[in-house]
Design a protein around this ligand. Structure first.
Ligand SMILES: [Mg+2]
Length: 268
């Protein structure tokens, strides 16, 4: 039975090109699932403030139980309703990245020189630390990623998360999938009880079956995501974004009979 939903936000729940950007059916279904005890985590590349902005901007009448941010951090609400670090994962994540940026400084300097001199990509800084970049287009991002893959040392922990034309540097132990694994550990939910949905490269780590037995991709997902979801025995929807997520959840609830008591019977 599904007890936890882990959903990407942009391009998975929100269709920035559609009116409305999120189908009311998704709000209704998520509300009903939460009422039946299913927990919902937004698992996004946005930071916490930007994720909360998104929920307001697109008028979500339902609230996530957890927000997983920057493709690696985990937040939940404290009893007063404030969003807080969940466990010590975020602290360990910060330490791991501090160490990574120290040990990989020579490599990073060389890579940044390549970006500055051989691409039109814009480097992104946070607190004076280079944290990623924005490429001119998909083709340039393909070249940047190929460069990273071919130049980093074998066994290096220096990794990256790619989402459209954005790329974030990260430690190889941290990803949307790893954060979801930690959330499952903290909440005592198993992969067999977890649904995940995403549309782009940075979602792959939560869609390959390791952390969520029931992965899904909306129809607008990139081919690489659809292939990984199919290989993991998940569901690739025909519909786009939120309509595709509703389609996938209906499949798992109606056809696979994985819905919680009290929610499955009312679907459709
Ligand atoms: Mg997305």
């Amino acid at each position: 039975m599904i007890r936890l939903l882990s959903t990407d936000f942009d391009g998975t729940l929100v269709d920035h090109f559609a009116t409305p950007p999120v189908t009311p059916e998704l709000f209704e279904l998520f509300g009903r699932l939460q009422h039946a005890g299913v927990r919902w985590a937004v698992n996004t590349g946005r930071d916490l403030a930007f994720a909360l902005d998104g929920l307001r901007e697109f008028h979500f009448p339902v609230e996530p139980d957890y927000i997983l941010t920057n493709e690696r951090e985990i937040f939940h609400r404290d009893p007063a309703g404030q969003w807080r670090d969940y466990g010590d994962w975020n602290r360990r994540c910060v330490l791991a990245h501090d160490r990574l940026f120290q040990t990989e400084a020579p490599y990073l300097e060389e890579f940044l020189r390549y970006v500055r001199t051989e691409t039109e990509a814009e480097l992104i800084y946070e607190n004076e630390r280079p944290v990623g970049l924005c490429a001119k287009d998909d083709g340039e991002m393909d070249r940047v990623v190929a460069r990273l893959r071919s130049t980093r040392k074998p066994g290096s922990q220096f990794n990256f998360q790619r989402n459209t034309v954005f790329l974030r540097f990260c430690h190889s132990d941290y990803s949307k999938g790893a954060a979801l694994g930690e959330l499952c550990r903290l909440t005592r939910v198993t992969p067999a009880e977890t649904f995940a949905a995403g549309d782009h490269h940075n979602d792959l780590s939560m869609l390959d079956g390791r952390f969520a037995r029931w992965p899904a991709a909306p129809g607008n997902a990139i081919d690489e995501v659809k292939a990984v979801v199919e290989k993991a025995g998940g569901y690739v929807a025909r519909a786009r974004c939120s309509e595709g997520v509703v389609e996938a959840l209906r499949y798992f609830m109606e056809v696979r009979r994985l819905g919680p008591e009290g929610a499955a019977a009312k679907v459709g």
